[in-house]
Design a protein around this ligand. Structure first.
Ligand code: BTN
Length: 243
């Protein structure tokens, strides 16, 4: 593995984004930080991590010609890689909460932040940030968070977990240019949290409604069936799952 190990940094994603502007890095370079002072999450949220207990790392994946319209596939592949890695490490009941929160026993164990670089209509590279709760023994004010330790009552070697994670994520990414959406969709939906179950959602106007998750479409939108509507498509900012 090409790995850059840092003691502390604001965010491994931000660090890599800056570094690729000035340095020619090898494909699959990994940046690992023991501590992040300004970890970033999806939709502008911050990502909390604890030194020595949470794995925080980012992977640089370069592409030759990956069409921008297929960029949802990158997110599907990364989610599947982490799902498979955790299952390999005997974590129980691993599922994917759309779009890419990784849950174990219905609680969030890992988060993913993907930032794509685009050149002439193609994704030239992707920075894939992963925050994984490994040895955390509790979370203050985060009732829906969990860790590998909370789930299994075992402490893990962070280097070993990192190795398994990166192997699985990089394997899925290496298949991307030869895999089509329907194969990824089929695999992803197999692990999709609350698929085909009646679930409460909240829309942008704060209205709550019941619906069933039916799957995802090619652009990664969530497909929900409601009483009045056979199938509606939602983007991440448009809907919140209440569970
Ligand atoms: C989320 O669930 O909202 C995504 C969280 C992603 C956190 C990781 S930690 C490593 C990388 N660096 C960041 O600043 N964020 C990602």
């Amino acid at each position: 593995m090409n790995i850059i190990k840092l003691n502390a940094i604001d965010s491994t994603n931000s660090y890599l984004i800056e570094l690729i502007k000035s340095t020619l890095l090898k494909d699959e370079t990994i940046v690992l930080a023991k501590e992040q002072t300004k970890g970033r999450g999806q939709m502008g949220a911050s990502w909390y991590s604890k030194k020595g207990e949470t794995l925080t790392f980012s992977i640089l994946k370069k592409f030759n010609s990956f069409p921008i319209m297929s960029q949802a596939n990158i997110s599907l592949a990364v989610s599947l890689g982490i799902q498979k890695a955790l299952t390999t490490l005997f974590v129980s009941e691993v599922s994917i909460k759309w779009p890419n929160d990784i849950l174990s026993d219905e609680k969030k164990m890992a988060g993913i932040l993907i930032e794509n670089q685009v050149k002439q209509g193609n994704v030239s590279s992707s920075i894939i940030g992963v925050g994984l709760n490994v040895n955390n023994d509790f979370f203050e004010n985060l009732p829906q968070a969990t860790s590998m330790y909370i789930s299994s009552k075992k402490k893990y070697n962070l280097d070993l977990v990192l190795n398994v994670m990166c192997d699985c994520i990089l394997f899925e990414l290496s298949q991307l240019e030869h895999t089509n959406f329907s194969i990824l969709k089929e695999q992803y939906e197999r692990f999709l949290f609350r698929k085909d179950k009646i679930t409460v959602f909240e829309n942008l106007s704060g209205e709550k409604f019941n619906g069933k998750i039916k799957g995802i479409n090619q652009t990664g939108q969530l497909l929900i069936e409601t009483e009045d509507n056979p199938l509606q498509e939602f983007n991440l900012r448009e809907i919140k799952m209440l569970y």
